[in-house]
Write a protein that binds this ligand. Sequence first.
Ligand SMILES: NC(=O)c1ccc[n+]([C@@H]2O[C@H](COP(=O)([O-])OP(=O)(O)OC[C@H]3O[C@@H](n4cnc5c(N)ncnc54)[C@H](O)[C@@H]3O)[C@@H](O)[C@H]2O)c1
Length: 434
Amino acid sequence: MTVTTPDSPIKHQIPSYLDPNNIGPYEIFLEQVERVTPYLGHLTKWVETLKRPKRILVVDIPVHLDDGTVAHFEGYRVQHNTSRGPAKGGVRFHQDVTLSEVMALSAWMTIKNAAVNLPYGGGKGGIRIDPRNYSQSELERITRRYTSEIGLIIGPEKDIPAPDVNTGPQTMAWMMDTYSMNVGRTATGVVTGKPISLGGSLGRSDATGRGVFVTGAEAMKKLGMPMEGARIAVQGFGNVGEAAARIFHGAGAKIVAIQDVTGTIVSEKGIDPAKALAHLKATGKITGLEGTEEITRDEFWSVDCDVMVPAALEKQITLANAGQIKAKLIVEGANGPTIPAADDLLAEKGITVVPDVLANAGGVTVSYFEWVQDFSSFFWTEEEINNRLDRIMQDAFRSLWDVKEQHGVTLRTAVYIVSCTRVLEARALRGLYP
Ligand SMILES: NC(=O)c1ccc[n+]([C@@H]2O[C@H](COP(=O)([O-])OP(=O)(O)OC[C@H]3O[C@@H](n4cnc5c(N)ncnc54)[C@H](O)[C@@H]3O)[C@@H](O)[C@H]2O)c1
């Protein structure tokens, strides 16, 4: 047990399995909990629950490579909290995955699921691997062995993985099949983000971008910003950024800038996302699209716009560029795109931020629909899915905005107040076992 005193240099109780001198991404989450603690009232008694993941599984994944040699990979599954329901969260394949990162991502899933009131806790998984260096059959064997190893703790009523960075419907199909083989029945509800033909849900591919649009549109209404002709700058033109740009464009807004890994384009007349996507598919890059000009990567941040949508990577909005941002509203499609110090600067500048844990919750919301549909083996139309998604995101946004107004805090802090309260209320009601 670590006991901290008011004079102790250790602000948080750091578990022995993290390096106190280099805590990694989990430190950001610990700071976020620290900020929200004064608002938790009688639930403060339970706040340590949030700082400690419920369960961590670290696994060794040995596989035969195509050349006959045996390689070993490090795999993780972290269940941060299950007070409100089974753990839920994606699986990431990336060479830089660490335990601290998976812990942080699982904790953010706890907050996100509670923010939109899904009956889930938070979980996340990962394998420390650069998938570009492996063949499809090697990736299949790695995925299957990983699934079998974490099979001890996952299941449709225990913990439901989904895709994340570098994993997709095929990965989920292998995970579903492996789990099903091990339990002796087809268990479609063990993962979400599956191909439609294996119990996947319509509307899943656009769901995160759609949620970004819906929460962005709600925020614009609150701020008195008309949608027609609103100037939107989007960073990232993948699953989230492309869908968000397309839906904003369809609603009458003007996409004035798009940045992706290949470059940055701007147009005063507005960019048609369908043409940008066709150009990207044809040429492999976003730059060179007819009617647009190329600007430097850094110039993206000072583009004259009303709404900025960071939908690429984490840690994009920093102290180096936050001061240049002209937008009145930032809608975080990516996870963790704004570092905490830059967040404070944006608040000082009066820029409203719809935080990731709310703005990009559309994906997990439709994952929840997929899981419900799998349980009942009854599948909904895309229209039903979009209507239900819109309603959940709108209701969540409006109630969280009220909390922001009531406490005079940022929307991010409001989300943490509501989510942490929901999780800790469940904890307090359930009590401690035994
Ligand atoms: N896909 C989902 O359902 C979902 C759900 C919640 C959160 N997110 C988060 O949204 C973000 C984007 O996810 P995605 O699924 O769209 O990924 P993706 O791989 O489909 O797209 C990523 C985009 O970011 C661009 N990009 C990469 N590096 C860049 C750089 N240095 N500068 C500018 N652009 C860069 C890429 O070119 C690409 O357009 C991630 O943070 C992810 O965790 C995704």
